[in-house]
Design a binder for this molecule. Structure first.
Ligand code: 13P
Length: 250
């Protein structure tokens, strides 16, 4: 179970899913989290940020974006800045998701710059790391995670401005998950590498697990040492599934 100094966070990443009708799920999630034993966030597509944030205002539900550009403004067609996300009423931004790294060539260095941008806008960075299937097969998992921490986490990270999400790439959207021992070992390794990078605040920094989390496996994953919550893709699209995961974290 999570260290009591780390309040669990269950965050939903809707990815490129959701039209305005999906705001009904935000309404249902907001209603269903009263008294939850964890923080709860939903990261809808950019088109829904403003309305979702307005809907969640004054409730315990946090709304966040799935990415941002490192610059505050400029000639960057199609991008949005952290300041724009904050202006829409959001509280957090996911950065470094493996789909951004794979589809948009985002390097650890770019992710580090995005973390700085998120903090410049006063928001929480949910920074994703994780190994690919071939890296795991090659026995490189721990080295890959160490390099991602070293190169993408700025030294001024604190437990108040950073959450790390461990998402094995091969577990995303596949229904596959690492064994509980493998998740626990990866999270302990991430926390140790984080401590080398940012010092004792690593002990109070939340590390989420992501990759095929669903109501049926959430309780066992969330009970593992050093697992402080979940980053949920597919199972966050429907309020009933997502609320089942939220309930499992308590
Ligand atoms: P799934 O829960 O659909 O596997 O996605 C995980 C993820 O990528 C969340 O960011």
């Amino acid at each position: 179970m999570a260290n009591p100094s780390r309040r669990p966070l269950v965050a939903g990443n809707w990815k490129m899913n959701g039209l305005r009708a999906s705001l009904a799920e935000v309404v249902a999630i907001k209603a269903g989290i009263a008294g939850a034993g964890c923080d709860v966030a939903i990261c809808p597509p950019a088109t829904l940020l403003r309305e979702a944030a307005a809907e969640a205002a004054g409730s315990g539900l946090l709304i966040g974006a799935q990415d941002c550009h490192a610059a505050a403004s400029g000639a960057n067609t199609g991008d949005i800045s952290a300041e724009m996300v904050a202006d829409a009423g959001c509280r957090l931004i996911i950065i470094g998701h493996s789909e951004r790294r794979a589809d948009h060539g985002e390097t650890n260095e770019i992710v580090r710059q995005k973390a700085e941008a998120v903090w410049r806008a006063g928001l929480l960075a949910v920074l994703c790391i994780g190994e690919t299937e071939s890296q795991r097969r090659g026995g490189e998992t721990m080295a890959v995670l160490a390099r991602q921490i070293l190169e993408s986490v700025p030294e001024k990270a604190t437990s108040a401005n950073l959450v790390v999400a461990y998402e094995p790439v091969w577990a995303i959207g596949t229904g596959l998950t690492p064994s509980e021992d493998d998740i626990a070992a990866a999270h302990a390794h991430i926390r140790a590498r984080l401590a080398e990078r940012i010092g004792t605040v690593a002990a109070a920094t939340s590390i989420l697990y992501g990759g095929s989390v669903k109501p049926s496996n959430a309780a066992s994953i969330l009970s593992l040492a050093d697992v402080d919550g979940a980053l949920v893709g597919g199972a966050s699209l429907k309020a009933a599934d997502f609320l089942g995961i939220v309930a499992a974290s308590s």
